[in-house]
Design a protein around this ligand. Structure first.
Ligand code: SAM
Length: 222
């Protein structure tokens, strides 16, 4: 199996393998490329201070600026649902630490990731650069409007909770393109999976989740 990136061995490789087996695969994520990417990307490098020691725990963790890195299972679940192949371009909304971006960069040809907090975007860029990931571009701005100038996208992954799937992001999907987003209230949401068809969109509700709010023109007000 080929991923777009390989990383040098590190001392936490077996902790990561346990995380993938016990928290992700055992809960039903089966896509071998997704599991391999999660075994490969050194998640601990996307955390700092005392939280780094908890990098392989079954939980979201703080990354500063009142934001979080998502629970490993949710990263695996959302990534698998998008069924990304190595020729595709992916738009991510909510870069955060850059960990999910790194997973996507292993699976896709190109990743565009938008983060509204410049400090987080700077740190995420540094995290990706340190790992030699060169097919992910991080942009500072309101991701709810997407980037029509860079569209269409084969897949869109929204990593913050929205009141509704942002219309501009759906419109920027290529035919056959998929979007996954947490949609619902400010504190609890459901993952919605949208697929662009020849005549419109298919929409499915997947599982209940808890994400920080998506703040922006087509999200929540601050
Ligand atoms: N996937 C990230 C990771 O691996 O670390 C975690 C993302 S965190 C749960 C959600 C992120 O969405 C936060 O960094 C937040 O600042 C960002 N965000 C919220 N609203 C946004 C918007 N309108 N545009 C871009 N980013 C936004």
């Amino acid at each position: 199996m080929t991923l777009g990136h390989t990383f040098p061995p590190d001392p936490l490789i077996s902790k990561r393998a346990h995380m993938v087996r016990d928290q992700v695969e055992r809960r039903g994520v089966r896509d071998p490329r997704v599991l391999e990417a999660m075994r490969a990307v050194p998640r601990h490098l996307f955390l700092s201070g005392p939280d780094r020691a908890s990098a392989y725990d079954d939980t979201p963790l703080p990354i500063g600026c009142h934001q979080t890195i998502s629970q490993p299972y949710i990263v695996g679940f959302m990534t698998e649902a998008l069924a990304i192949n190595e020729a595709e371009t992916v738009l991510e909304i909510g870069t955060g630490s850059g960990y999910q971006t790194a997973i996507l960069a292993c699976l896709a040809r190109k990743v565009i990731s938008i983060e509204r907090i410049a400090d987080l975007a700077d740190r995420a860029r540094e995290n990706l650069r340190a790992l030699g990931i060169d097919n992910a571009e991080i942009i500072v701005g309101d991701g709810t409007a997407g980037r029509p100038d860079l569209s269409p996208f084969d897949a869109v992954l929204v990593t913050a909770g929205a009141p509704a799937a942002p219309r501009p992001l759906l419109e920027q999907l290529a035919p056959g393109g998929r979007l996954i987003a947490p949609v619902g209230g400010r504190s609890v949401q459901e993952l919605e999976l949208w697929t662009r068809t020849r005549t419109g969109f298919d929409q499915r509700r997947l599982i209940a989740v808890v994400f920080v709010p998506l703040i922006g023109e087509y999200g929540w007000k601050e």
